[in-house]
Design a protein around this ligand. Structure first.
Ligand SMILES: CC(C)(COP(=O)(O)OP(=O)(O)OC[C@H]1O[C@@H](n2cnc3c(N)ncnc32)[C@H](O)[C@@H]1OP(=O)(O)O)[C@@H](O)C(=O)NCCC(=O)NCCS
Length: 148
């Protein structure tokens, strides 16, 4: 990360990290679906520690779960001080990407093979995030209907 990415505190802008998470998630989703994709939402973005200017930042994206046309992609962000080799886990993001057909309509995506204990944990946690998101949406809609 270079100086143009810095905020006034001397750290990398959160928005810069978010944008790169979105790009990494998009690529993982394209590779899984072999389709073009759009970002439908970002369920969570944590900033555990700041990223310092001149650190080497790595974005590791994995497709955690797939539904009909959507996929949850998790992105782990790690920052390395190239002078010491110390690597820190600085952010985590979870994004929902939707695959589109050539006419721009949502299209089905291939099933995900979930084999290792890590893959099973990621899938389980992605299902929980989706359930919570949909439950929140239902509740907000119910309140609005009651107030209308
Ligand atoms: C995302 C988008 C394609 C969904 O279109 P839609 O007409 O609502 O389509 P559907 O209702 O069939 O939903 C398609 C899938 O998107 C998911 N989805 C829609 N809105 C969502 C949201 N806000 N968060 C998470 N998932 C969402 C649905 O759950 C569904 O998933 P499923 O098929 O796996 O069950 C559409 O809203 C869109 O194009 N949004 C703009 C995307 C964009 O510009 N992103 C930024 C630049 S990439």
């Amino acid at each position: 990360m270079s100086l143009v990415d810095a905020n006034s505190a001397g750290f990398v802008h959160g928005g810069t990290v978010m944008k790169l998470c979105d790009e990494a998630a998009g690529l993982a989703a394209i590779k899984h679906s072999r389709r073009r994709v759009v970002t439908a939402g970002m369920d969570r973005m944590t900033f555990n520690e700041p990223v310092n200017i001149a650190e080497l930042v790595t974005f590791k994206a994995s497709v955690n779960a797939v539904w009909r046309t959507s996929m949850e992609v998790g992105v782990r962000v790690e920052s390395e001080d190239p002078r010491t080799g110390v690597v820190r886990h600085t952010s985590t993001a979870y994004l929902t990407m939707v695959a589109l057909d050539d006419d721009g309509r949502p299209v089905g995506v291939p099933a995900l093979s979930v084999d290792t204990p890590d893959e099973q944990r990621r899938e389980r946690e992605a299902q929980t995030r989706r359930r919570n998101r949909l439950a929140e949406r239902e509740e907000l809609l119910r309140h609005r209907e009651r107030e209308a």
